[in-house]
Design a protein around this ligand. Structure first.
Ligand code: IDP
Ligand code: MG
Length: 177
């Protein structure tokens, strides 16, 4: 009887753990990253994904698509009134992008860090925008700016069944127990 109850409780725990992406005591985050059309055209997809992988972040979803105007309008809704909005929308819908869902401890802040400042002229060398970008209108990659934006953007660009949770063997070498 105890074994049955114990097994049940263990299952519940594993389930909860996977729902909340809890590992040890740290809470895993997910973020939405998108390699923009300029970087795709410049053959930088591999270069950029390498940096994300080397950092230890885990890609749990990815797709190569030409975004629709509707999606980009919703994605950049906060910028609707900005003078650059129309150019931004036509740039993003001009060609394929590589969209990703990326997971890891502090994934939102960590990926904003490796992406660098919005304007590549201010982005530090060593960051993606600092190393590959030259102008703010062609700044290589998008990354969610908060956990809330990340959740909204992931739901906008991905269906649940396009995101895969999996245990990676390297994890004991990235995170403390
Ligand atoms: P972020 O991408 O670093 O979050 P945001 O301020 O949210 O920066 O702006 C969204 C995107 O709009 C930028 O990545 C950039 O492509 C574009 N953008 C921002 N400011 C300007 C501008 O002053 N001129 C042209 N494009 C801009
Ligand atoms: Mg932003």
């Amino acid at each position: 009887y105890l074994v049955v109850v114990g097994g049940f409780l263990l299952n519940v725990f594993i389930h909860i753990k996977s729902i909340f992406l809890i590992r040890g005591i740290c809470i895993m985050e997910r973020t939405f990253l998108m390699i923009k059309p300029d970087a795709v055209q410049r053959n930088l997809i591999g270069e950029i994904i390498s940096r994300i992988e080397r950092k230890g972040l885990k890609i749990v979803g990815g797709k190569f698509i030409i975004p629709t105007k509707d999606t980009v309008n919703v994605h950049y809704a906060e910028h609707t009134e900005k003078p650059f909005f129309h150019k931004l929308v036509s740039f993003l819908t001009s060609g394929p992008v590589f969209a990703m869902v990326v997971e890891g401890e502090d994934a939102v802040a960590v990926s904003r860090h490796i992406i660098g400042k919005t304007n590549p002229t201010e982005a530090d060398p060593g960051t993606i925008r600092g190393d590959y970008g030259l102008t703010v209108g062609r700044n290589i990659i998008h990354g969610s700016d908060s956990v809330e934006s990340a959740e909204r953007e992931i739901n906008l660009w991905f269906n649940d069944d396009e995101i895969y949770s999996y245990e990676a063997i390297r994890e004991n070498w990235l995170y403390e127990e």
